[in-house]
Design a protein around this ligand. Structure first.
Ligand code: VGL
Ligand code: ZN
Length: 201
């Protein structure tokens, strides 16, 4: 068991990000068993769940004529438009059936406001609206976080960069993540994480 100040944060290991899902990430399900093996090592265990209402503003289908994976301008900046995914209560939004969710202390949902996406476990994509995770971790005495999950270049990246900016010692285990890799987004994500002081293991 790791010391009491360490949390494992498992990002978005949900059916829609696994093979066969609406926004499938190649090999997304390969990481389930090793994540299960890692969970008991950590005294604080958090899962995140992408959780969008139908018609969410990050869906290409909500923008006339927009193709999935194109980029639009939102009031808070550029936003990739995704296929409909992780709709609240759907099978796609459920955790992968093999994930040991019973071992989690906290499930934090994000992306539930129709007009703002939320890649990060800490802040919505406006970079100001908090999810509450920072307070949860601090009040439990956590100052060091390890991140794993989906997808490396979006939700893991944004979460890790925010964690480091908030002052948490932050590590990403890249072998327990899988990437979407849209137009070089994986190499950009690695650079952003390194720049923010995230340790990539
Ligand atoms: C994610 C795109 C849209 C992720 C979530 O979990 O990385 N990516 N919503
Ligand atoms: Zn999403």
């Amino acid at each position: 068991m790791r010391p009491a100040n360490e949390a494992l944060i498992v990002i978005d290991v949900q059916n829609d990000f696994c093979p066969g899902g609406a926004l499938a990430v190649a090999g997304g399900d390969d990481i389930v068993a090793p994540i299960n093996a890692l969970l008991p090592e950590f005294p604080v265990r958090v899962l995140t769940q992408d959780w969008h209402p139908a018609g969410h503003s990050s869906f290409a289908s909500s923008h006339d004529g927009a193709e999935p994976f194109s980029v639009t301008q939102m009031p808070y900046g550029p936003q990739v438009l995704w296929p409909d995914h992780c709709i609240q209560g759907s099978d796609g939004a459920a955790f992968h059936a093999g994930l040991a969710t019973d071992r989690a202390d906290l499930v934090i949902r994000k992306g539930f406001r129709a007009e703002v996406d939320s890649y990060s476990a800490f802040f919505e994509n406006d970079h100001t609206t908090p999810t509450g995770l920072e307070g949860y971790l601090r009040t439990r005495g956590v100052d060091t976080v390890t991140l794993v999950g989906l997808a490396t270049d979006f939700c893991v990246n944004f979460s890790a960069v925010d964690a480091a900016k908030l002052g948490f010692r932050t590590r990403v285990i890249e072998s327990l993540c899988r990437a979407i890799d849209l137009d070089g987004s994986l190499s950009a994500a690695r650079a952003q994480m390194t720049e923010a002081g995230v340790q990539i293991a």
